[in-house]
Design a protein around this ligand. Sequence first.
Ligand code: NAD
Length: 321
Amino acid sequence: MAARVIDGKAVAERVRARVAEDLERFVERTGRRPGLATILVGDDPASAVYVASKRRQCVAVGIADHHRHLDASATQEEVAAVIDECNANPEVSGILLQLPLPKGLNASALTARIKPDKDVDGLTPVSVGRLWQRAAGLRPCTPLGVIALLDAYEVPLSGAEVVVVGRSELVGRPLAGLLLARDATVTLCHSRTRQLPAVCARADVLIAAVGVPRLIGPAHVKPGATVIDVGINRIDGKLVGDVDFEEVAKRAGLITPVPGGVGPMTIAMLLANTLAAAQLQEEAESVAAGSAGEGVQERALSNALTDAKRMSEAVATGESG
Ligand code: NAD
């Protein structure tokens, strides 16, 4: 029997609609419009396309665009100064430093400079620590998108065997953290994993985030499993994932296509994160204006995350096709 195909475009559309609605309520209540600062250094064509798409989608849901474009020759100090400006600017709720940066710039040092409460990519050391300590905080967009897709299709995670292939800082590792927080039994595979097909075949939910076209075939998949393909690879001008879609779809129960699966979710979750960042900053400020006590930030973060959770519940209870 052929697998049911997950419609990432439709779920992303529902997330965007929900963010747009919540955002207008936030603006009415606070008189402030959340804003995103995308920082692009140099002229890498793929990065330029990604940033343009992020900006377009932000504006479409009502997020203010505070884009900054620096020349490829910008120094570490110049990029740091722009990040500092955005950190200090109350109009900027979220900051996204588009990676990769031109050679000669230290990306980790610059990322670490972003204020954690504006870290909509969830990549600063503080955000990573918060994730692994299960403290409230902003989480990376692609892993959040994968979880939102699984929730939208009501895939059970608690106690489930979930195998993630790929251990990058951007996808595999944070995804493992999010899945653990949802009580899944998580196995994280990588380039040195032995007997990858056998390990993968244990999975109720198999997630590929590798960057090797069609690495995952039917031998990696337990019949009826859910297969999520994060990979984006270009072959002869055509996009393909890390999963051999045609063959695996004959064996899986539920599967994401490429394109149209995880891809559209990443930017949708960036929009949700930008609103969550604005909410938590506003909360922290209003508490600070009154009697700022201990745990102000923790309270602000958990309030914002409660909202984010409500949103993901709304996504999950929407029509999932
Ligand atoms: P990466 O190159 O940083 O990491 C790849 C990981 O795969 C590594 O941990 C490596 O150990 C593992 N790996 C490599 N070869 C392997 C093999 N043969 N067997 C098992 N594991 C192997 O990549 P990344 O940034 O995590 O991205 C992974 C893929 O996801 C890429 O195709 C990328 O384009 C895509 N991606 C998509 C989105 C999206 O929005 N859909 C976002 C981020 C990344």
